[in-house]
Write a protein that binds this ligand. Structure first.
Ligand SMILES: *Cc1c(COP(=O)(O)O)cnc(C)c1O
Length: 400
């Protein structure tokens, strides 16, 4: 075939070059083993500190078997959107299980958490409305806010004072108001000040949308999330979450009042105009909720591991004088070690990997400052945690 030249595409190579020059270029590595605390990454066995599978459920036989059974019974695809031909009883069962787990009236499942945020935010606010958003919110919350057409104002990370000042100045100029925040910040590991946010939302007649993606299954007495952790169950709230982190499956959800869910079934574009969740993903998530409710010891083990790893890092790493790493404040299984620049975080990440520990090296533009992002799992052994601490202690001297 004759090569046709069209310079309209020349910008792609130029843009890629810019990305490379800024040390921002990324590409995925294949994992060639089942998911777990130890995985095979490009042929190398590594301890996995980069997964969101906090409770180690993504390869649990009960989830796997539920997915197989659902596939055999209901097929591989839902074959249509939920409102046309893609609705199954399994979806209703999962939505009911999520609502019960969260102690709210109803829930709606989406194809991913990302799509839940796009669909929900753009359905409930529009051009006459105001969104107040934590500056460190997840990309999907930011995209949802843009898509809605509402005026978006960021407030300083977790600063209720700043939020309150902005509401006083701006609230009256708009019809509806929506406060949007991660509950557990995915790239920092800290928690939003939920009780204060709820009080402010109620005071200013603002809706409050809380993204519990990393908190569901992890935070709270029964694993219901930060809402439970902070004693805010029953407050007027819109809760978003994902089936793809502690629940080990794929998909997202919104949970809240019955009328809200009914409205979203009619108005959330990313739900109305997309195919229903596959039977396998639906059944696996349903099985995960059952396991989480029946086995609170998984969550206790996770928290014990978090405490152990923090102590080990304090003793082996932070007590040294290199100051290569700064531990960011965390109240969760996400521990972030800030490093001075993108080049350094890449080098340290590679060094850890060559020593058998796989840790996320997170750089701008995902986050404002480069950091190692360590996620703890319930299935990490004391030896796994010890090895990470010792390797961090070793590599910190590499970087001067
Ligand atoms: C991971 C994540 C999402 C996206 O969820 P997916 O189901 O993976 O699309 C949304 N919000 C936050 C805060 C997340 O961490």
């Amino acid at each position: 075939m004759k090569q046709v030249v069209n310079p309209a595409y020349d910008w792609i190579d130029q843009s890629l070059l810019t990305i490379h020059r800024a040390q921002w270029h990324r590409s995925p590595y294949p994992i060639t083993s089942p998911p777990g605390a130890v995985v095979t990454l490009e042929g190398q066995t590594v301890i996995n500190f980069a997964s969101n599978d906090y409770l180690g459920l993504a390869h649990d036989p009960r989830l796997v078997n539920a997915a197989i059974a659902a596939t055999q019974a209901w097929g591989t695809g839902a074959t249509g959107s939920r409102l046309v031909s893609g609705h199954r009883e399994l979806h209703t069962q999962l939505e009911q299980a999520i609502a019960d787990f969260k102690q709210v009236e109803d829930a709606l499942v989406f194809s991913s958490g990302y799509l839940a945020n796009l669909g929900v935010i753009s359905a409930i606010v529009g051009q006459r409305d105001l969104i107040l958003a934590d500056q460190y919110n997840h990309a999907s919350l930011k995209q949802g806010a843009i898509l809605s057409g509402a005026t978006v104002l960021d407030y300083q990370h977790c600063q209720v004072e700043d939020l309150s000042v902005k509401l006083k100045e701006q609230r009256d100029r708009y019809r509806r108001c929506l406060i949007v925040t991660d509950s557990l910040f995915s790239m920092d590991g800290d928690l939003c000040p939920l009780p204060e946010l709820v009080a402010i939302a109620n005071e200013f007649q603002a809706m409050l949308l809380l993204d519990e993606a990393h908190a569901t299954g992890v935070m709270g007495e029964t694993g219901a999330g930060c809402v439970e952790h902070f004693g805010c169950t029953g407050q007027p709230l819109i809760q978003i979450g994902t089936l793809s982190k502690a629940l080990g499956s794929l998909g997202g959800y919104v949970a809240g009042a019955k009328n809200l869910i009914d409205f979203l079934r009619n108005r959330a574009s990313s739900w109305v105009y997309t195919t229903g969740l596959s039977p396998a993903d639906t059944a696996a998530a349903l099985a995960a909720i059952a396991v989480i409710q029946a086995e609170p010891q998984r969550r206790s083990q996770l928290w014990q591991n978090v405490t152990n790893l923090k102590n080990l890092i304090q003793d082996h790493v932070l007590s040294q004088e290199t100051q290569t790493f700064q531990l960011l404040p965390s109240a969760s299984p996400i521990l972030c070690l800030q490093v001075r620049d993108p080049k350094t975080v890449l080098r340290v990440g590679q060094a850890l990997r060559s020593r058998g520990c796989y840790v996320g090296a997170i750089r701008p533009p995902t986050v404002p400052t480069s950091r190692l992002r360590v996620t703890v799992m319930a299935t990490h052994t004391p030896e796994h945690l010890q090895q990470l601490a010792e390797n961090l202690a070793f590599v910190q001297f590499d970087v001067v």
